[in-house]
Design a protein around this ligand. Structure first.
Ligand SMILES: NC(=O)c1ccc[n+]([C@@H]2O[C@H](COP(=O)([O-])OP(=O)(O)OC[C@H]3O[C@@H](n4cnc5c(N)ncnc54)[C@H](OP(=O)(O)O)[C@@H]3O)[C@@H](O)[C@H]2O)c1
Length: 337
């Protein structure tokens, strides 16, 4: 595709983990021009905060201000904590700027959001936000003004489960046993993510009640009580695998079904061997492996939480919103070894 005039974009929250991944892709993107980057304080340059960008991007970091970013940008990526994102979406949409929000603020119906997060203050935009999983909603994303970028665990779990939902034995448990690296918690240090607690260690957190369980259930159209989701923190920087167990009808070829379901999906790869996190690190791929034993179906789904689980999926969504090829500017070779 030939690009004549570049589309001006900005990143708010550029000094965080997902913000850094966005900046890395946007400075190389053939159709987007990164013209605005911000965090909560400003007063520095992006390479002072992320020295890995020295010589590549040394732009000023602004103290985030809606009027300035709206004047400069056609589309803004919000890589902010939930609730903070909501406060920016409302005025940006009112000023005609398109938004891809990486937080949870626009992913769920209001009642479910409020049960798991906080009171919602922007019901108007929540009503038209599109859930940014291209395998499900590419058509709606193309005409969206506001895209709610999916959560990382929901991305891996939903992509693994989607091809088999109509073969599932109704009302049997969906078990999602997931493992993730520490970058999933963002850059702020806490007791849980402290080196001493994470190193040489492995533990579950928020078993069965994690906020991503209602997102998985809502997008698959099943009851929250049927989703048994247990995330674990592992001592790695990035990467995520969901090991999923469901009961399905017998008598069909599970791998064939998976391949057919994703035959036109450029970012899903069907693996003949159990998937690994390294094979998708730094890319937008979701690698999926399936194995059946009687009515039990095991599905393993691997993504990079910072990429397919956040920032590269956000750039794919922005590509679609701006009428571009969804693969434009998306890294496709993993950090291996
Ligand atoms: N990490 C993941 O794997 C992942 C995956 C999927 C979705 N997400 C979601 O993506 C969002 C960002 O996550 P993250 O891991 O990148 O978080 P993070 O590392 O904690 O970064 C948060 C960013 O938000 C900025 N910020 C905070 N309050 C602000 C305000 N009032 N105005 C302007 N900027 C503000 C911070 O700037 P300062 O430097 O000034 O503090 C920082 O740049 C979260 O909603 C998270 O749930 C994360």
């Amino acid at each position: 595709m030939t690009v004549n005039k570049k589309i001006n974009v900005g990143v708010v929250g550029a000094t965080g983990y997902t913000g850094l991944e966005l900046v890395k892709m946007l400075v190389k993107h053939p159709a987007f021009k990164l013209v605005y980057i911000a965090n909560s304080e400003g007063g520095t340059t992006i390479n002072e905060l992320h020295p890995s960008l020295s010589g590549v991007c040394e732009d000023e970091v602004h103290c985030a201000g809606v009027d300035t970013m709206a004047a400069a940008c056609d589309l803004i990526f919000l890589a902010l904590p939930h609730k903070t994102a909501m406060a920016y979406v409302k005025p940006l949409i009112a000023k005609g700027v398109k938004v891809v929000d990486l937080s949870a603020d626009y992913r769920l119906p209001q009642d479910i959001y409020e049960a798991f997060y906080t009171p919602h203050t922007d019901a108007q935009n929540l009503s038209h936000a599109v859930y940014g999983l291209p395998e499900l909603f590419a058509k709606e994303i193309r005409s969206a003004k506001l895209v709610a970028n999916p959560g990382c665990f929901p991305t891996s779990a939903i992509l693994g489960l989607l091809p088999f939902m109509d073969k599932r034995v109704p009302h049997t448990p969906v078990i999602v046993d997931a493992k993730t690296g520490v970058s999933g918690a963002g850059k702020k240090l806490s007791n849980t993510t402290h080196f001493v607690n994470v190193n040489d260690n492995l533990f579950a957190y928020n078993p069965l009640l994690h906020r991503h369980a209602p997102e998985i259930a809502d997008k698959l159209g099943i009851a929250f009580d049927e989703v048994n989701f247990v995330p674990h923190l592992v001592p790695i920087t990035r990467g995520m695998i969901s090991s999923i167990y469901i009961q399905v009808q017998e008598g069909f070829d599970v791998e064939k079904r998976l391949r057919e379901y994703y035959k036109d999906a450029p970012f899903v790869r069907v693996s003949k061997k159990p998937v690994t996190m390294k094979d998708v690190a730094g890319t937008n791929f979701c690698d999926i492996y399936v194995k059946q034993k009687g009515s039990l179906l095991f599905i393993a789904s691997a993504i990079d939480n910072l990429m397919r689980g956040a920032s590269s999926q956000a750039v794919v969504n922005a590509n679609l919103m701006m009428g571009l090829d969804e693969k434009m500017g998306i890294p496709d070779i993993a950090y291996v070894p």
